[in-house]
Design a protein around this ligand. Structure first.
Ligand code: ZN
Length: 63
């Protein structure tokens, strides 16, 4: 039995202002974001929990 990985690359998003990292596999439980929610699927009102900047300040990082 073969098991294929769902994702070829892991992608996280880092706030370029304060360095906070959003990891989709962890989500953001404190703010009601379940693990597995992609960064792009976060509500537009979501902001960096640390510095409160918007999603636009985040940069994609491929692991
Ligand atoms: Zn930040």
């Amino acid at each position: 039995m073969k098991i294929k990985s769902k994702k070829a690359v892991n992608v996280i998003y880092r706030c370029r202002v304060c360095g906070y990292v959003y990891d989709p596999s962890q989500g953001d439980p404190v703010r009601g974001i379940s693990p597995g929610v992609d960064f792009l699927d976060l509500p537009d009102g979501w902001r960096c929990p640390i510095c409160k900047y918007t999603k636009k300040e985040f940069r994609e990082i491929k692991l």
